[in-house]
Design a protein around this ligand. Structure first.
Ligand SMILES: N[C@@H]1[C@@H](O)[C@H](O)[C@@H](COP(=O)(O)O)O[C@@H]1O
Length: 343
């Protein structure tokens, strides 16, 4: 069996804390300028344009922006522009495109259509000289450095950090700003958290649900994607409420659940779900909470907006190890390339 610490995924995920530090310093002036522009021309709504892990960061953006800035956020389906060629009315809308590579044709088509429809455009993108960066009104570079493992890790965390930075600056929320200041230190601690119970529990699993709520839903989606990409393990993400509307019929002995809980208003309901699911007899892994009968994964406490980022950092290390344990190479998922171009 290969050494899990020898993978690119491991090395890249381990860099997340320094990426966040680098990004904040490098983007400070740009961010101040962007905030000034957006204050002068405040958007009435936001659309997000993204695929894969970046789309899961967009889910986080939705909850963050809706709860902190009171703006409606909608996920743009690229086919509306790239396949249907439909025209929309997007005056006074801010379109936020999120991408590691900045070159998937459908993403570019969506941003182009949004621009023509009157939207202001902002890209959170890692490749600074990408076509996406070249076409938008504003760019917040992710500064994650080259990411070569097919599975995105540090670029995902960099995106969450960039979104928090944007929102704290727009909202003038100093508490959130301080929470982000603390993130690199906490990310290092999160990287050292022992999530081996996850690896042991899921070594032979056939499928699972990953559950989060609110600000934690985006990382639940991201975790589910990583199980599929790197571990050959089917996983679906649900909100702790949504899972009750049908999907939980599958939960029972032999059907594990991973629950990612942050310490905010959603916590109590997530705890209740965890206890109810554990009572069904299937293994329930919980991060950020405790429930009778559930297996607790150690977490680093932080501001609830930062906790999802910390949990996904602990998760990345564990899922890399799980991939190897299940006989995969996490850097080379079957049938996948680093940059997926769809229309
Ligand atoms: N967030 C949503 C995705 O969940 C959805 O899969 C996609 C469909 O896009 P398309 O219609 O281009 O396939 O739209 C958005 O990105």
């Amino acid at each position: 069996m290969m050494n899990p610490e020898s993978t690119l995924m491991f090395a890249e995920a381990a860099e997340a804390a320094s990426v966040v530090t680098r990004q904040r310093a490098a983007n400070a002036a740009r961010l101040a300028e962007l905030v000034e522009t957006l204050r002068a021309r405040p958007p009435r709504a936001v659309i997000t344009c993204a695929r894969g892990s970046s789309d899961h960061a967009a889910t986080f953006a939705k909850y963050l922006i809706e709860t902190r800035l009171g703006l409606l956020v909608s996920s743009a389906a690229p086919s509306v522009a790239s396949v249907y060629g439909a025209e929309q009315r997007l005056a006074d809308v801010l379109a936020i495109a999120i991408s590691q590579s900045g070159k998937s044709p459908d993403l570019l088509a969506t941003v182009d259509a949004a621009q023509k429809a009157g939207a202001q455009t902002l890209a959170l993108v890692n490749v600074a000289d990408s076509p996406l960066a070249g076409m938008v009104d504003h760019t917040l570079p992710l500064h994650a450095g080259p990411e070569r493992s097919v599975a995105a890790t540090k670029s995902y965390i960099a995106t969450l950090a960039g979104l928090v930075d944007l929102v704290q600056a727009l909202a003038g929320d100093d508490e959130l700003g301080r929470a982000l200041d603390a993130a690199p230190t906490l990310l290092r601690q999160a990287w050292d958290a022992d999530w081996s119970p996850l690896v042991d529990t899921l070594a032979d699993a056939r499928g699972l649900f990953v559950v989060g709520r609110g600000l934690g839903l985006g990382v639940a989606q991201e975790a589910a994607l990583k199980f599929k990409e790197t571990c050959g393990l089917h996983a679906e993400a649900f909100s702790a409420a949504e899972v009750k509307h049908g999907p939980m019929a599958l939960v029972g002995p032999g059907f594990p659940l991973l629950i990612l809980r942050q310490s905010d208003e959603t916590g109590e309901g997530v705890d209740d779900l965890a206890a109810e699911m554990a009572a069904r007899g299937g293994p329930v892994l919980i991060a950020g909470g405790e429930a009778k009968g559930a297996i607790r994964l150690p977490t680093v406490a932080g501001h609830p907006v930062i906790e999802p980022m910390l949990q996904i950092q602990s998760f990345y290390r564990a899922v890399n190890a799980l991939s190897v344990r299940r006989g995969f190479n996490p850097d080379q998922p079957p049938h996948l390339a680093k940059v997926t171009e769809t229309l």
